[in-house]
Design a protein around this ligand. Structure first.
Ligand SMILES: Nc1ncnc2c1ncn2[C@@H]1O[C@H](COP(=O)(O)OP(=O)(O)O)[C@@H](O)[C@H]1O
Ligand SMILES: [Mg+2]
Length: 212
């Protein structure tokens, strides 16, 4: 198994797991890496995103593989994909329970998006506990940030106090992320600040994977 596995997890729905999974995937593709995506969420948003992309332009899915999996089948699916992909990204449903454990167990890094808000932060501790039990490194990634707001500053400080590393790169609140997702794209494929945010995040995640 050659590829590195990133599991994206967060109990809170709407925190940006699927957005993060797709953006990391295309971010790593832009670096020339082959990427495999696995959707564990029965809602299937990542699958919809992938199919939308595939139907628009098959060539845009070159080097970008996709599969769904059940919670218990994930280790087999990951092993298969990691044989042919440099990076495997697992998107998970918005719950933290025993079903999540196999997806954490196969991870080299657990990426946890935290949409700026205290409720998201409270939800973060569950996935951190579970990752710690599996002895897996966690990276918190602040999402939907708004520069200069008091809430943003408060949540950033509180996130640091949780004890897991917080990525320096953040994804700001931008309609471009949501728009791109609906088209089976990622904001990294457009010009503008979102592209720089995603590149910075990918570089940071790559460093973490190297260290782990
Ligand atoms: N940085 C962002 N800026 C703007 N909208 C965002 C951002 N991140 C996520 N969203 C939007 O928030 C909603 C939830 O995101 P999603 O990735 O589906 O979260 P999850 O997979 O955790 O449920 C979606 O409508 C998505 O387009
Ligand atoms: Mg999702």
């Amino acid at each position: 198994m050659a590829g590195k596995v990133i599991t994206v997890a967060q109990q809170k729905g709407g925190s940006g797991k699927t957005t993060l999974a797709a953006h990391l995937a295309l971010g790593f593709r832009a670096e020339g890496k082959t990427v495999g995506l696995i959707d564990l969420d029965p809602q299937g948003s990542l699958g919809r995103w992938y199919v939308t992309r595939l139907e628009r332009d098959e060539a845009a899915c070159e080097g970008l593989d996709f599969a769904t999996s059940s919670a218990w089948g994930i280790s087999m699916e990951v092993r298969k994909m990691a044989n042919s992909c440099d990076i495997v990204i697992v998107d998970t449903p918005p719950k933290v329970d025993s079903d999540l454990r196999p997806a954490l167990r196969v991870a080299h890094l657990v990426a946890v998006p935290v949409a700026v808000g205290h409720m998201d932060l409270w939800a973060t501790e569950g996935v951190m506990d579970l990752a710690a039990r599996e002895d897996k490194p966690v990276l918190l990634i602040m999402n939907r940030t708004r520069a200069g707001t008091r809430l943003g500053a408060e949540v950033a400080t509180a996130a640091k106090e949780l004890g897991a590393p917080v990525a320096k790169a953040v994804l700001a609140q931008r309609v471009g992320y949501a728009e791109a997702m609906g088209q089976g794209r990622a904001a990294i494929e457009t010009k503008g600040p979102a592209r720089d945010e995603v590149s910075a995040l990918v570089a940071e995640v790559a460093e973490r994977l190297k260290a782990g």
